[in-house]
Write a protein that binds this ligand. Sequence first.
Ligand code: SF4
Ligand code: SF4
Length: 105
Amino acid sequence: MSKNQLIPVTPVETQAAVTCANCAACCCQLEVILLSDTGVPKHYIDIDDWGGEVMLRLDDGWCVALDRDSMLCTIYENRPWVCREFEMASPECIEERQGLATIYR
Ligand code: SF4
Ligand code: SF4
């Protein structure tokens, strides 16, 4: 195939603003350890292999408290301390977004 016959490629936008508004709640698939009582409903709490309290996750890995239509937290006012400390645009956030990059391309 000559150069003139190459199929045009549309560049992927890799520098999109990092905001929760354009993220598919990537960080809500991570294990969330409950370090303090913030009022998480009991039926959203699981016990890990070491006996600690964690947010219950569904078989596909997403936190049970995530609304799967809006991709927003349904217990935002009572979300665990770990969720409050997970900073948007932090290195950890960027890493999670890259892991699911195809969702928002
Ligand atoms: S903190 Fe980062 S990974 Fe979590 S929802 Fe917001 S943009 Fe996505
Ligand atoms: S409690 Fe809310 S913010 Fe924390 S992982 Fe679950 S859905 Fe995400």
